[in-house]
Ligand binder design. Structure first.
Ligand SMILES: [Mg+2]
Length: 259
């Protein structure tokens, strides 16, 4: 229990009552009085798809003179292969470098391409992707308005790349906890990664709200962990009943104020 008295807060732990300065006591207790929010990263705070589109343009134009390939076939195969090869990385079947090589060989339709060349092509993609990292314009204003709340990131992805992204985009300071699937061993939509987030943030799952752009990974995954969810549908293309839907992050602070 907290009873605020000018500049300090009396807090009772069991039979003991302690007087704690507000600058120490308030942020944590404020967070506990309202729901914890767990944000997805790619496609929610960070504009992943624009960065990938630009990086694919770069790898294609840089290396297509070395290997002839039609652009539509290249893009389609890359996109299809990315998701299945990323799964093999998360399961530990292939290393990050191995799945990168495979993506290049499949997308350029050249299974016999030597590994050094494939690594070089993949490095072009990664560098071009990182050069294009940008937040959605509504991300930081939303996080600023949520200051004082307990906030976490729950993302599937390559740990070093996701952490680099958080620091480069100055997101890290906004979050008490960051959970990355390849470190936790339970990728979304597994409830396990969401439950681990609630445990680390000292919040009951029912008091967590998951905000993300993937219906399957974020909305269904979060709800299967006993959490509430908000679906971010930036393009407004699909009607899905049963959960609050927003078209942008600007709607989030007012929406979660009711929880
Ligand atoms: Mg996403």
């Amino acid at each position: 229990m907290g009873n605020e008295v000018a500049g300090s807060t009396w807090i009772q732990f069991g039979g003991n009552v302690s007087k704690i300065p507000n600058d120490l006591a308030f942020p944590d207790w404020a967070a506990r009085r309202s729901a914890t929010i767990l944000f997805d990263l790619d496609g929610t705070l960070f504009d992943h798809s624009s960065a990938v589109t630009g990086a694919l343009e770069e790898i294609f134009t840089t290396h297509t003179s070395e290997i002839a390939r039609d652009e539509i076939g290249f893009r389609t195969t890359w996109t299809r292969a990315s998701s299945s090869l990323f799964d093999t990385f998360e399961k530990g079947t292939l290393s990050w470098a191995q799945q990168g090589r495979q993506r290049v060989k499949l997308a350029f339709n050249r299974p016999s391409l030597n590994d050094d060349a494939a690594d070089r092509f993949f490095a072009t993609f990664v560098e071009a992707y990182e050069d294009r990292w940008e937040l959605f314009p509504d991300a930081l204003p939303c996080l600023e308005r949520l200051r004082g709340r307990a906030l976490g990131i729950v993302t599937n992805g390559h740990p070093q790349q996701q952490r680099k992204k958080l620091y480069k985009l100055r997101l890290r300071e906004h979050f008490q906890e960051v959970l990355i699937s390849a470190e936790i061993g339970k990728p979304k939509p597994s409830p396990g990664i969401f439950l681990e987030a609630s445990r680390r943030l000292w919040t009951h799952p029912a008091e967590c709200i998951v905000v993300g752009d993937s219906w399957q990974n974020d909305v269904e995954g979060g709800r299967n962990a006993g959490m509430q969810a908000v679906w971010l549908d930036r393009v407004g293309s699909t009607v899905r009943p049963g959960v609050p839907v927003v078209k942008g992050l600007a709607e989030i602070p007012d929406l979660v104020a009711r929880w």
